[in-house]
Design a protein around this ligand. Structure first.
Ligand SMILES: [Zn+2]
Length: 279
């Protein structure tokens, strides 16, 4: 565990990096970390994370009562407190609004496809916690469903949340999520994603053990979905059976619900064709 002075410096540096990379705008985002068994350090309410000084930080107990600091703790404190309650192993929490990952959160598209080997090995899947009004009790309730099984998640129409063994580890997971989101976006713009097969995912998951990568939960067997009513105990990852192949081309869903896009001209031509054939 860090000393108080070094943790204050770490918060300043991580805040500066988040702002420099555009993960937060204005006063968005917040950081917290365990200072000892009974105390947390948190970024203060209403300051730009890119321009903090060590003296600004706020120290609270595990119920969020302020113990030290001139400023009040982050408005998202309830979400941070819930994470520490659910994850005794989590030493730090980072919350930000990185634009590409938040775009997926706005589109309602989780980052849960097996496309990057390193992400499968480290984060596993990145689900979306359901929409909740920021700074209310709704947000910790939404986060609780996924936090026991995931080190990172999107927050619907809001941003992203990560946890780690220290504030840098949590911040790097935020970087990984935003990087993963950018790559996923490019692949989808290019019109195709090859997915890592379920068999290869099993191999990657075994590497977690080999490299000592701590993961809060295993990847769910057979890509099965969790029942919606219960907290997640494994990570849902979209990975098709490979039949010996390690990469599998993504096949468009054939359930009749796929979206197609037509220009007005194309649509008019189709309608004119249909009318002509009726005559
Ligand atoms: Zn936020």
């Amino acid at each position: 565990m860090s000393t108080e002075a070094s943790l204050r410096d770490d918060f300043v540096e991580v805040g500066r990096r988040m702002y420099a990379r555009g993960y937060t705008a204005s006063n968005d985002g917040n950081l917290s970390a365990r200072l000892d068994a009974r105390r947390l350090m948190m970024t203060p309410k209403g300051v730009c994370k890119g321009f903090m000084t060590p003296d600004m930080m706020c120290i609270t107990d595990l119920d969020g009562r302020k113990l030290q600091g001139d400023r009040d703790p982050s408005s998202e404190m309830l979400m941070h407190l819930e994470v520490y309650r659910q994850r005794p192993d989590a030493q730090a929490v980072v919350h930000a609004h990185p634009p590409t990952a938040t775009g997926f959160a706005v589109a309602g598209i989780p980052l849960d496809r097996a496309v990057l080997a390193e992400v499968v090995t480290t984060l596993g899947s990145v689900p979306i916690a359901q929409y909740a009004t920021p700074s209310t009790q709704e947000l910790p309730d939404a986060v609780r469903r996924y936090i026991k099984a995931h080190d990172g998640m999107l927050l619907a129409n809001h941003g992203a949340l990560t946890v780690g063994s220290d504030v840098y580890a949590a911040y790097y997971k935020m970087e990984t999520i935003e990087h993963f989101a950018k790559i996923s976006l490019v692949a989808r713009l290019l019109g195709r994603e090859n997915l890592i097969s379920r068999e290869e995912v099993a191999r990657l998951q075994a590497l977690r053990g080999t490299y000592g990568i701590a993961s809060p939960a295993p990847i769910c067997a057979d890509g099965s979905d969790e029942p919606a009513a219960t907290d997640a105990v494994c990570q849902v990852l979209q990975a098709p059976a490979g039949d010996g192949q390690r990469l599998v081309p993504d096949v468009p869903r054939a359930d009749g619900d796929e979206e197609i896009r037509l220009t007005y001209r194309e649509l008019s031509a189709l309608i004119e064709d249909a009318i002509r054939s009726l005559r």
